[in-house]
Design a protein around this ligand. Structure first.
Ligand code: SF4
Length: 408
């Protein structure tokens, strides 16, 4: 359980880490939040509440949410809204008086043209500047979120400089993770070979200026001595994850042998769709602790045909390839088949409920099919060649009679 709680007052503003508003409207009613806040005053389950909103509901109830948060014993009350709400000195003072002591502000360019294009809000850059100036007059914490894309990568140093100059308490550098994987959003995803060299001086500059800096959604193994600033924490959400908005999916094919896999998310699927699994670029740190497979129910057998009872229909999906798997394990959300290649490379073939937005090699009627947990010498292309006929057989055999629950 996180110590941070995300509360969506309305869906007019982008969620933290997103450039723009997306998803269908969803909101938390004031009464529901007030109830939770009252409990929190005693339980102290949460230390921080992040109030997200930019629409009518924020206008009408924003102060009441802040008051409820203050009374609920949250040490940190953060408001994540658009800069246009915080350009008047009086407005800012009133919000601070209501109990908000942290603000997150998106700054994605060093000039109006770039920032406004990325945020999709003409005139927003000027408002961000004014907002930051207003906030600098108060004893509050200001988090500047910068989402690094192919469009603003070249300007990253100047953006960070601007954030520092405007009084940022903390700079969060997000590797762009699109809410929707489309050709347009995919083109904005920065490849790791361009991202890492740009992040290094930006991180160094923040440290030099004694401004806290974190990076998000970046593989830990590429951060060198900056690994400690990787922040992949996610707040809990109080009914606030917008319905219909898929949670981002992450994987690393090295996770079985990497010591950092528990803290590092690896690559998000939209990244993989754009730039591949980066098997050669990622640098797993050999494990000193044993790898605990996420699925503890693996039933290894001496061959597919002698598969565990009750799992026969899942093995039948593989047709003749069932002979090549070491068994099948089933959970509510996944079917996992450990496999081994002739050169000794091992990996796990994974079936999960069909999700058109998730990264996958191939889809069948009911499933997304992929592989993970690679251990051994084979390169990405060789594994893909080896596994492809198996995946195609599963897709051909899936008549829709088997199903898995979607991941929460
Ligand atoms: S090898 Fe994979 S799990 Fe390990 S640090 Fe790199 S990206 Fe993360």
């Amino acid at each position: 359980m996180s110590k941070d709680l995300l509360v969506t007052i309305d869906s007019e503003g982008p969620l933290p880490g997103q450039l723009r508003t997306g998803g269908r409207p969803a909101r938390v009613e004031l009464a529901r939040f007030a109830e939770l806040a009252e409990r929190n005053a005693t339980s102290r389950d949460y230390e921080r509440v992040i109030l997200v909103g930019d629409g009518e509901a924020l206008e009408q109830h924003g102060f009441a949410f802040a008051t409820a948060a203050r009374e609920g014993g949250f040490t940190h009350v953060r408001l994540d809204t658009s800069a246009r709400r915080l350009t008047q000195a009086q407005q800012v003072r009133a919000v601070v008086m209501a109990g908000v002591n942290e603000f997150s502000v998106g700054l994605h360019g060093d000039c109006a043209e770039l920032h406004d294009q990325l945020s999709g809000r003409p005139g927003d850059f000027a408002k961000v500047q004014t907002c930051l100036e207003r906030l600098s007059k108060h004893e509050v914490r200001v988090v500047v979120d910068t989402i690094v894309t192919t469009a603003n990568l070249a300007a990253l140093a100047q953006i960070v400089e601007l954030a520092i100059a405007k009084g940022a308490s903390r700079v969060a550098l997000w590797s762009y993770l699109p809410a929707e994987d489309t050709p347009e959003t995919r083109a904005l995803i920065v490849s790791l070979d361009a991202l890492i060299p740009a992040l290094r001086p930006a991180i160094a500059r923040c440290r030099e200026a004694e401004v806290e800096v974190v990076v998000r959604h970046v593989p830990a193994c590429l951060l060198g001595d900056a690994r400690d600033i990787l922040d992949n924490t996610r707040p809990d959400a109080l009914d606030g994850v917008r319905p219909g908005r898929p949670l981002a999916q992450f994987n690393c094919l090295h996770e079985a042998k990497c010591e950092h896999a528990e803290a590092c998310l690896g690559l998000h699927h939209a990244y993989v769709n754009a730039h591949g699994w980066e098997l050669e670029r990622l640098q797993p740190t050999p494990r000193v602790r044993p790898w605990r497979e996420r699925d503890r129910s693996v039933e290894r057998t001496t061959g597919g045909a002698a598969g565990p009872r009750g799992h026969a229909s899942w093995l039948a999906l593989l047709g003749p390839h069932a002979e090549r798997v070491a068994g099948v394990s089933l959970t509510r959300t996944e079917a996992r088949y450990p496999m081994q290649m002739p050169d000794g490379t091992r990996f796990v073939l994974v079936l999960s409920a069909r999700d058109d937005d998730a990264r996958t090699f191939i889809q069948s009627a009911s499933f997304n099919l992929a592989y993970t947990d690679v251990e051994g010498p084979a390169q990405e292309r060789a594994i893909a060649t080896f596994v492809e006929p198996v995946l195609r057989t599963i897709a051909a055999n899936d008549d829709g009679s088997l199903c898995l629950d979607a991941k929460a």
